[in-house]
Design a protein around this ligand. Structure first.
Ligand code: GDP
Length: 307
């Protein structure tokens, strides 16, 4: 990912090599190149403007270190600004003082929520937790079954109305189309069976709609999650930012999970979403396998972009 951005930035830095000091014209030309590079990477326009203004101000400023040559100084400034727009510090998951910690996943259908639920649960398990996956997506045919499969692959338990069969849920007293009930009962189940983290997969639609938002908000109000994670497909570029804004308004969330980074050559969503929403990117998913997942580290991502 970030292929073009990486190439463009490295060409820009190369052109500064060997310069004894940077003239105003050098700084302007460099900032112009950086602006083009970010816009080509599909970064949100407001974020680009702020980024370039910050780089320009710092490049002109007195903060330039004697120990670095001008090219190195610009690289350092760009690196710092990338870390800043990616969210600054790594934001780790907050666990409840009194278990279970409740994590709710929200996002559009196809964003990769169910896949992510399995990855997150596996990661939690590998970190010494005992997670319970909850199938509160009763909208999409097969969503429950899919979560069962994901859970099996990840080696974690799944709480569902009835294994692989939502229609049997009425007999179990949960009721088809009662995701709020499922979510609520899953917490009781976790308390009873001593699971310390509950990961709730909620329904998504293909587009943003009021009913979807309401359902997610109802689940949130019923279980009071410690973390609501907004799961979004990085490949949709700037639409990711628009979707994030809609979810921020309709449901609210604490952090972002970017999926399909492996298929995103440009990086616009990754580079825009933390700044635009003011919420940290907490995890990143970069493949279909259960292990293709990690905590998101802004500094590491910035280093990767700069090569
Ligand atoms: P949901 O509707 O949000 O639950 O989305 P799913 O978890 O069903 O994922 C939708 C599709 O995206 C599936 O085909 C997944 O295999 C695929 N997918 C999910 N995460 C990733 C990822 O990080 N990289 C790639 N390449 N594919 C992914």
């Amino acid at each position: 990912m970030f292929d073009t951005l990486q190439d463009r930035l490295s060409a820009t830095f190369k052109s500064l090599r060997g310069k004894g000091r940077l003239s105003e014209a050098d700084i302007d030309a460099t900032c112009r190149e950086i602006r083009i590079a970010l816009l080509e990477a599909d970064v949100n326009l407001a974020v680009v403007k702020e980024f370039v203004a910050n780089v320009k101000e710092r490049a002109r400023g007195a903060e330039l270190s004697q120990a670095l040559n001008p090219a190195q100084q610009i690289v350092k400034i760009v690196n710092d600004e990338l870390v800043a727009i990616l969210g600054g510090e790594t934001r780790l998951l907050r666990f409840a003082k009194r278990p279970p910690t409740v994590i709710m996943l929200a996002g559009l259908q196809g964003a990769g929520k169910t896949t992510l639920a399995g990855k997150l649960a596996r990661w939690l398990k590998d970190s010494g937790h005992s997670p319970l996956l909850v199938a509160a997506d009763l909208q999409r045919p097969n969503a429950v079954t899919q979560l069962q499969v994901v859970g099996q692959r990840a080696g974690v338990q799944v709480f569902a109305p009835e294994p692989g069969n939502t229609s049997a849920s009425e007999a179990a007293g949960v009721g088809v189309g009662d995701p709020v009930g499922v979510a609520r009962r899953s917490i009781e189940e976790a308390e009873r069976r001593l699971f310390d983290v509950v990961v709730i997969d909620t329904a998504g639609r293909l587009g943003i709609d009021a009913e979807l938002m309401q359902q997610a908000a109802d689940i949130r109000d019923a279980v009071h999650p410690d973390e609501v994670l907004f799961v979004v497909d990085a490949m949709i570029g700037q639409d990711a930012v628009n979707t994030a804004n809609a979810f921020a308004e309709g449901v609210g969330f604490d952090g972002v999970v970017l999926t399909k980074l492996d298929g995103d050559a440009r990086g616009g969503a990754a580079l825009s979403i933390a700044r635009v929403t003011g919420k940290p990117i907490m995890f990143a998913s970069n493949g279909e396998q259960v292990g293709d997942f990690d905590v998101f580290h802004p500094d590491r991502m910035a280093s990767r972009i700069l090569g």
